[in-house]
Design a protein around this ligand. Sequence first.
Ligand SMILES: C[S@@+](CC[C@H](N)C(=O)[O-])C[C@H]1O[C@@H](n2cnc3c(N)ncnc32)[C@H](O)[C@@H]1O
Length: 310
Amino acid sequence: MPAVSTGDFEHRTVLLDATLDQLAVRPGGRYLDGTLGGGGHAAAILARSAPDGRLVGIDRDPHAIAAACARLAAFGSRFVPLRGRFGDMEGLASGLGPFDGLVLDLGVSSPQLDQARRGFSFRLDGPVDMRMDVDQPRTAADLLDSLDEPALVDILRRYGEEPRARRIARAILAGRPWTSTRALADCIALASGYRNSRTHPATRSFQAIRIATNDELGELERGLDGAERLLAPSGRLAVISFHSLEDRLVKHRFRALAGVGAPKDAYGQPLQPAQWALVTRKGIAGRLADPDNPRARSARLRVIERLDPG
Ligand SMILES: C[S@@+](CC[C@H](N)C(=O)[O-])C[C@H]1O[C@@H](n2cnc3c(N)ncnc32)[C@H](O)[C@@H]1O
């Protein structure tokens, strides 16, 4: 699928066909997209669920909501946009469910990454912001100002899996306050001592600071809780993750729901009947299913279904 451009919002949707197929989108179904972004998945779901399928789209970024509303206007009242966090989806979508399909395409959109003023990029110079929700009070710079060394080391290790966290943390703390992403990236590159690495030496640290600024893993936990409760019988949940931390969390939650590894009786049957089933056992790798899309390189799609007890 080509990149969608709505004004200055340009984003190339990842794993589009695989997501639609695995969600088993059908006419008349009710869907929720918790990461509306540029509306790429949403537009395709609305098209495939025509003539009367409905989709609720949530995003915490008002620029994404505006771009998606412009793109999806032709679907009229079949599309309902909601601004907020998908961690609060139960409250936001109250009265609109249950849903036959739910999608979470995690992380940041291309416009968020590629617009210097949003402060996500170590390649472009901008403020050290990194908020997906531009009305959230605390920016990445505020976060860095408030941390002590152990807390910053913990964030870099936990969310960035950065082996050189301590020396990077010391350099970041010594250089405060931070007003420029380029200066922050240069400081991290120097402190890390990485040379000739395939990725920019600040990649892992920027990922960690972004995840902490937006509480991305907390949101994912709450979003999975909400999705479990909002899915109709036979409904499916599709999650696309972009790094191992997210994917691990989704994989473990899905396996626990589906009773993988749960106790069995002498005949090998589960003691408790399963209420969920894995649709994708190992997940679908973006680099295989969407090979022409550079954004899909590190993506993995996992899908689970709530079984119909009737
Ligand atoms: C990768 S983009 C989604 C792109 C979209 N699927 C498309 O095809 O155009 C992720 C979007 O999710 C939003 N987002 C990330 N975490 C969120 C959260 N916890 N609550 C609401 N929106 C979130 C971001 O603001 C961003 O617009």
